[in-house]
Design a protein around this ligand. Structure first.
Ligand code: KIV
Ligand code: ZN
Length: 521
């Protein structure tokens, strides 16, 4: 892909591939389609939609995303073998602008796994890139673990990939090992010394193990890279990938020293961040740059005073630049449907009439229990009701007795595949009793690997959002829910996770995690 001009940086989003690889972040088919649509609308140049050979689910998602994409290039990942590349092409070929991304680990540690000599690996790179190029005229090649590969060997294989027809060369810092000075030097050196380097786009793909992914990506751009690979909220394995919102806003705010621009509509950042957080079940830390709850909050008196006099005293970008609307108290029990529709539109949600009716009913219930309904409450309401129509397990009612002097008791009524069932259980606290009751009604061996409670706003009547992650036979599902009653939110989040696990059991025939990235044959 050619860049518009020297200072245009191409944004390659891999939330749906590298981000989704994060254990527990698995998204459903519909969620992937929705996120891809939002990325496309936001102006992301290339969407890496998945790893088609990994599972039927990935293949179908990449295929559908490719069919629906309007402007973005749709890319799929494949290892360095013909079978992977063919499967990838089968999925991405439906896009107006398809791309095949093929990779192989080139560092000594990664070469040792398939037990290939330097020459054998070079031959494999030539053959697989040529094969991909015969199928698709837009091919990206990555030497995985590039930053721990001997520079001489790296130059040799980059040259081979360029000669075989790759038009983008991505340099991954797979384990987040590099540092800004080295990141810039490496790209500069490759561009200066590899024959044909001026004919291709160099990309940077950084992981955040040492907290330097954003700095390393921007340094790579200073060194000559013109494609940044990143994810929304920095989602990704271990410490995650470079956060899209950070690199995009850094180049926008500091255009004086980083004279580059992207095609991203930054006002869509907050909505995407919230959607990715909800569907992945990965909460954004409050102090996260750009999209954290506190990123634009000014608590201290000095800051507040300065902000009132001139917002630029403590703000280097405006909240509205990233799509944050004012978080005033705007809704209460007298607010009507039209006001709710308009408020939700400001928050990035355009709901169909039936969805709006459903949210309106739940909004009224909340407004009866909670005097002040904030934007965050509304967001929790909208996202908590999702997928309810397809759920096999639905909570009908829950009563809990707890306190000092004895175990807690929970009486739970649930509808399971249309049949109403009741269970009573005691436990070590109300949440334990409730989860036991769910397990009595729907016996399962899923392991509870995460249970997290967050207050949406302040005050004792605040809603709590609860995240629950369940693991069963290699499948992982995260559920979320919100309620002013923490135990009710916990029960709903647990059941939400179970429903997702059931979808996964049915749909994902082949678990993608059985496919090793190191397996090139
Ligand atoms: O981090 C990495 O090396 C990757 C490759 C598959 C590009 O994600
Ligand atoms: Zn990666």
């Amino acid at each position: 892909m050619s860049t518009d001009s020297k200072d245009r940086v191409v944004i390659f989003d891999t939330t749906l591939r590298d981000g989704e690889q994060s254990p527990g972040a698995t998204m459903t088919h519909d969620e992937k389609l929705e996120i891809a649509g939002l990325l496309d609308e936001m102006g992301v140049d290339i969407i890496e939609a998945g790893f088609p050979i990994a599972s039927e689910g990935d293949f179908n998602a990449v295929t559908e995303i490719a069919k629906n994409a309007k402007n973005s290039v749709i890319c799929g990942l494949s290892r360095a073998n013909f079978k992977d590349i063919d499967r990838c092409w089968e999925a991405v070929q439906h896009a107006k602008r398809p791309r095949i991304h093929t990779f192989i680990g080139t560092s000594p540690l990664h070469r040792a796994i398939p037990n290939l000599t330097q020459d054998e690996m070079a031959e494999r790179i030539h053959d697989t890139v040529t094969h991909a190029r015969n199928l698709c005229d837009n091919v990206q090649w990555s030497p995985m673990d590039a930053t721990r590969t001997e520079w001489d060997y790296l130059k040799r294989v980059v040259e081979i990939a360029i000669k075989a027809g790759a038009s983008t060369i991505n340099i991954p810092d797979t384990v987040g090992y590099t540092a800004p000075v080295e990141s810039a030097d490496l790209i500069r050196n490759l561009i200066a010394e590899v024959p044909g380097a001026d004919e291709v786009v160099f990309a940077t793909h950084c992981h955040n193990d040492l907290g330097m992914a954003t700095a390393n990506s921007l340094a790579a751009v200073a060194g000559g890279a013109r494609q940044i690979e990143c994810t929304i909220n920095g989602l990704g394995e271990r410490a995650g990938n470079t956060a899209l919102e950070e690199v995009v806003m850094a180049m926008k705010v500091r255009g004086d020293i980083m004279p580059y621009h992207t095609g991203i509509d930054t006002t869509k950042i907050m909505h995407l961040s919230r959607r990715v957080s909800t569907v992945s079940g990965f909460q954004v830390q409050p102090n996260k740059a750009i999209v954290g709850k506190n990123a634009f909050a000014h608590e201290s008196g000095i800051h507040q005073d300065g902000m009132l006099k001139n917002a630029e005293t403590f703000e280097i970008m405006r909240p509205e630049d990233v799509g944050l609307t004012e978080t005033n108290i705007v809704m209460g029990k007298h607010s009507g449907r039209a006001a709710l529709r308009s408020k939700l539109k400001d928050l990035g949600y355009e709901l169909a009439d039936n969805q709006l009716n459903d949210v309106f009913v739940r909004f009224k219930e909340l407004a009866d229990r909670k005097k002040e309904v904030y934007d965050e409450d509304l967001l929790a309401l909208v996202t908590a009701g999702e997928d309810a129509a397809n759920d096999r397990l639905v909570i009908t009612s829950l009563r809990v007795a707890c306190g000092t002097g004895g175990p807690a008791d929970a009486e739970l009524v649930m509808t399971i595949d249309g049949e109403e069932k009741t269970a009573t259980q005691s436990g070590d606290g109300p949440v334990d009793a409730t989860f036991k009751a769910v397990r009595e009604l729907y016996p399962n061996n899923a392991h509870l690997s995460l249970y997290q409670v967050h207050a949406v706003t302040e005050g004792t009547d605040a809603q709590a959002t609860v995240s629950v992650r369940l693991e069963e036979d290699g499948n992982i599902a995260t559920g979320q829910s919100a309620d002013t009653d923490t135990v009710v939110a916990s029960a709903k989040a647990y059941v939400n996770a179970l429903n997702r696990l059931l979808v996964r059991r049915d749909k994902v025939g082949q678990d993608r995690r059985e496919i090793s990235y190191k397996d090139v044959s």
